[in-house]
Design a binder for this molecule. Sequence first.
Ligand code: SF4
Length: 349
Amino acid sequence: MYPTSDELTRWRGGFPRAALTPRRVAGLLEVPGCARREALDVAELPLATVAGLLGSPPGHRSPYAHARRRQFETACTADGLAALLDPVRDTLGVPVVRGRVREIPAGPDEARAEATIAALADAPADAVTLLRGPVLPLRLGGRETYLSPDSLIVAGAGPLHVVEPRPFPCVDGVADPAQVAAAARQVAVTVLALRGFADTATRAVLVLPENFSLRPTGAALDVAPQVRRLAALLPTLSAAGVADAPALPDPDAEDAAARVAESVAALGHRFGDGCLGCDLFGFCRSEQDERGTVSRLGTAAANACGTVDTVADALALADGARAPVGPAETALAEGLSRAARALDLVGTA
Ligand code: SF4
């Protein structure tokens, strides 16, 4: 069941709403089933501030990485987006001949979303269009909210194709698969939001620096699988537990750190391999360490252990100190016991 707007407002306490970005929403795909992360996202809390109060502020990106990103953005958008025309034509076959830049005026989200929709409705079929400061309506966990990317580039009209510049290199035609996969998830968020009001293709173009230069080159990216997963996931975000969790304090309150920890700890969670990319990773990892959970050993170990939650219980099953309950625990006890014997044999060989 979804929390009501009143319940979310109460739980958010004195924290301001933080804009939802494609990167943040895409992060949900990496941690499916974590009610804690869902609650923080559905309530649109500033993750980095919350993580900082929990004692695990997210790491800072190197200033060199920032500088390179800015340089590449400038290379892509200079001279009326001229450098994007060839990559778009070559990879998507969209016959663009010009670039077009529109600023979405500052204002409330509703007004900016209307201006964004109007600007995209006007997008010419023969142009690459850059919107600065767009806002896209997005339904998240049963609620209408807004996606606020810094900028949005699309090619053509009916359908629109997302054009996504990224600063990681494409060397000899090959880019880092992990970074491509992360970009695909984020493009999928944008495509899904655009599809709420405009004909938008899942075929996008990733624009990357070619080899060790800053010259933009294009690579086609079909995000249909990621769009399907998001379309299935986003309506189900329940933010379960918000109604019963203690309200968050004002972030400047003297006891803010302790009260934030109490409130966040009250939410159910699912720790796993995908948590590495979550801003709350440090807090949740410490929690797992304190409890000695099998999840701390990775998703594969947690899945193998099923309902057996802690390493101590798993070891007790393995050496027979604890009797298994039910067929699943019996199978697990046998498997663990065989593994322990194998390790002993290796140790004595
Ligand atoms: S780090 Fe914590 S909040 Fe983030 S996804 Fe993992 S368990 Fe959930």
